[in-house]
Ligand binder design. Structure first.
Ligand SMILES: [Fe+2]
Length: 167
């Protein structure tokens, strides 16, 4: 776009989400969850803040960072399951993209083998998804995208599809 076409009254459309930063109660517990359960790898840290950075297989600097909070207080006895409609203001869940259906099925097997609590399974019109929670109760959706032909002509219809898989 040339300078003459720029409209100072309009926002620039971004590429999309870049990264998520979570304030965490226990950095070691969160690190284990995001690396040993979700499968991210740590790519760096800012030692002065105790902040750690993570990425998946996509070529980028980081997609997730964890920061330990200053005064964590006692941990809750149990992390409540992720709810599709939450009861507190803030992030409901973050979705992590798996490469394909096979990876998704391997992930389901892995979660079961590890004894990870599965809060919900849903097949949407654009993704098949499994929902779990991180150690602080943040909802985490692990998904794979259906082929674009399945949703590109009517994204809203795909979003409104909620099918509980029978397996
Ligand atoms: Fe989602």
């Amino acid at each position: 776009m040339s300078g003459a076409e720029r409209d100072p009254q309009s926002p620039v459309t971004p590429v999309g989400l870049s990264h998520l930063v979570l304030d965490v109660r226990d950095i070691e517990a969160s690190h284990r969850f995001w690396t040993e359960i979700v499968g991210f790898r740590q790519v760096g840290e800012v030692e002065a803040m105790g902040m750690r950075f993570y990425a998946g297989s996509r070529f980028t600097h980081h997609e997730l960072a964890l920061v330990p909070i200053r005064d964590p207080g006692p941990a809750p006895a149990e992390v409540p399951p992720m709810q599709p409609v939450g009861d507190h203001v803030g992030v409901n869940h973050v979705a992590i993209q798996l490469p394909d259906r096979e990876a998704f099925e391997r992930t389901l097997e892995f979660l079961r083998a590890k004894g990870v609590r599965i809060d919900m399974r849903l097949n949407h019109g654009m993704t098949h998804s499994v929902y779990i929670t991180d150690p602080d109760g943040n909802g985490v959706e692990l998904l794979y995208d259906l082929p674009a032909e399945a949703w590109q002509d009517d994204v809203n219809a795909a979003l409104n599809r909620f099918e509980i898989p029978g397996d």
